[in-house]
Design a protein around this ligand. Structure first.
Ligand SMILES: Cc1ncc(COP(=O)(O)O)c(C=O)c1O
Length: 439
């Protein structure tokens, strides 16, 4: 047991999304990180197969980011963002907006993907009202969607385990069907062929509720947390067209897919579909400092700029909105991504990564392998036991020096974009060996 023993109360820390009592019996402790590796409390290297939590896209403790954070904390430790500005905030917003496609030119900062999700929903509702469409109060999410843990996010989210304990949540929410179709699409490489027509469910929702009641649709362009579900080919385009036709805002949750994960700045860029609002977090600061953002279109932004100039246009924000240290980290992160061409690197590595992932096909209980960019999900058959095979693989892999993610029966891989081919091999060899062990 390597939980610090000089602490008087070992029960003080309550870990999120964790079986806390199980964890205490077999703790997994990280004490430092560099490049592709963590070090655990036994001094062992742990290869980071999931970029921390889908966020450390440039690898760990990158000097440029560390220096920017150190310098800023010693120069401007905090600055309020309500009625105040500081240069790093404007620079960070400009840099993020430049990276975003189309007319997504305005950036509203927050501190996490969850806050970004809830902020996007509020902006969408306010936008509709400001343009005289105040009856548009419904929000549409998707089954298996993950938009963080705020009440807005879980309401439009579609992972039942994250919802069922929390009462009625937001009213007036409906959900599109999820896009997983093992019968037609199992072992797809990249975007699956079948399922574009699932976007037409939005037409049915419009028929049911009437477009005049619907403010926005929010989806992840590739559902991550639920177990890696790339959108079927043509699906996002159909969703975009239906939203445009009915005056519904389209929100892409790019908290995972942004900043190079799929081999482009954003999924929106990769697929050539521009939403009205994009939510981002995680890779925006390479995970070093909490930060999230909404990137909104000119049209959405302009709707807020019509009232008297002295009136507050968006009564929303956080104490730590555009925190100087987060802004400094974001700028240094975007510099690192650009200098090292990491998004292009991810795109170039994708075929190798894809082959490595699909080499696990045929192993016991492997029912599907899905991938897009530097993300892969390996789905295993369910079994009748207290823990899933995927959990056991995750736990054993950690003790063997490879950090993975798991959700239910799915093992997820999403390494930093600096990963080398030998490390890709090691990640998938480890998973393959453990799949046999837990069979
Ligand atoms: C798609 C998506 N949206 C939102 C979030 C929530 O982000 P955070 O945990 O920073 O609140 C996540 C986190 O994994 C995510 O994957």
């Amino acid at each position: 047991m390597d939980i610090p023993s000089n602490h008087s109360n070992h029960d003080a820390l309550w870990l999120p999304f964790t079986a806390n009592r199980q964890f205490r019996s077999t703790p997994r402790m990280l004490v430092s990180a560099h490049g592709m590796y963590y070090k655990d409390d036994r001094g062992h290297d742990v290869l980071d197969g999931c970029a921390g939590l889908w966020c450390v896209n440039a690898g760990h403790t990158r000097p440029r980011i560390v220096e920017a954070v150190q310098k800023t904390v010693a120069t401007l430790d905090f600055a309020p963002a309500f009625q105040m500005g500081h240069p790093l905030a404007f620079e960070a917003a400009d840099r993020v907006a430049r990276l975003a496609p189309g007319n997504l030119n305005h950036v509203f900062f927050c501190n996490s993907g969850s806050e970004a999700g809830d902020s996007a929903l509020k902006i969408a509702l306010a936008y509709q009202r400001l343009r005289g469409e105040g009856t548009r109060t419904r929000l549409i999410g998707r089954e298996r969607g993950y938009h963080g843990v705020g009440f807005g996010g879980i309401s439009v989210g579609g992972i039942s385990g994250n919802r069922k304990l929390y009462g009625t949540m937001l009213g007036g929410v409906d959900h599109l069907p999820h896009t997983l179709d093992l019968e037609r699409n199992a072992f797809s490489r990249g975007q699956p062929e079948h399922g574009a027509e699932l976007a037409d469910a939005l037409e049915r929702i419009v028929t049911l509720h009437d477009a005049s009641t619907i403010a926005a649709v929010i989806v992840e362009p590739m559902a991550g947390s639920t177990g890696v579900l790339p959108a079927p080919k043509g699906y996002l385009k159909r969703l975009r067209d239906i939203c445009t036709k009915h005056g519904i805002l389209l929100i892409f949750d790019e908290v995972i897919t942004g900043f190079g994960r799929l081999g482009a700045s954003f999924a929106a860029e990769k697929y050539g579909i521009v939403p009205d609002i994009m939510t981002v977090a995680k890779g925006i600061t390479n995970g070093t400092v909490p930060m999230g953002a909404n990137i909104v279109s000119d049209t959405v932004f302009d709707a807020f700029m019509q009232g008297p100039p002295e009136a507050i246009d968006l009564p929303h924000g956080y104490t730590y909105t555009a925190h100087p240290i987060a802004c400094a980290a974001a700028i240094a992160t975007l510099d690192t991504y650009a200098e090292e061409h990491l998004f292009e690197r991810a795109a170039a590595l994708t075929p190798y990564f894809e082959d490595a992932a699909h080499s696990l096909r045929g192993l016991p209980n492997v029912v599907d392998i899905r991938n897009e960019g530097l993300v892969a999900g390996i789905e295993l058959a369910p079994r009748d036991a207290k823990t899933t095979r995927a959990y056991e693989i995750f736990d054993r892999a950690f003790h063997e020096g490879v950090l993975l993610r798991y959700t239910g029966d799915i093992v997820a891989v999403s390494p930093p974009l600096i990963v080398e081919k030998a490390e890709i091999d090691r990640i998938f060899e480890t998973i393959g060996r453990l799949i046999r062990q837990v069979a």
